[in-house]
Design a protein around this ligand. Sequence first.
Ligand code: CA
Length: 142
Amino acid sequence: MQNILIIEDEKRVADLLKTGLEENGYRTMVAYDGVMGLRLFRSYPFQLVISDIVLPKLDGFELCKEIRKSNVRIPVLMLTALGSTDDKLDGFDAGADDYMTKPFDFRELIARVKVLLKRDTGTVNRPPEHVSYADLSINFSL
Ligand code: CA
């Protein structure tokens, strides 16, 4: 079963996400602030992170950067009431894979979650075919 970490300080939204995702067969854990979210992320294995941006203690952008420092591959879906293009670009700069604006349609959220999880498993265990470092280049497919 796939584990999803939900980081959302609005309890109503967090509950909605938790219930909806669990009804769709996912296991979830909820954090209500950024610091707690990061602590859970470091303590348990997750396949996906869904994070709000405006959060107490540590915001979603900083949280996403911290996640990228320790695990570059896990998909991060940012969920927020902030909907301007600048905010979205900041989210992608911080390392988010996708972005949804509140209020959202739950069916769309589930569809995006499925795509992100598929993209993730698609890259697992696939060794690099070509690695280059400085002027040294190695082709593993030879
Ligand atoms: Ca919030």
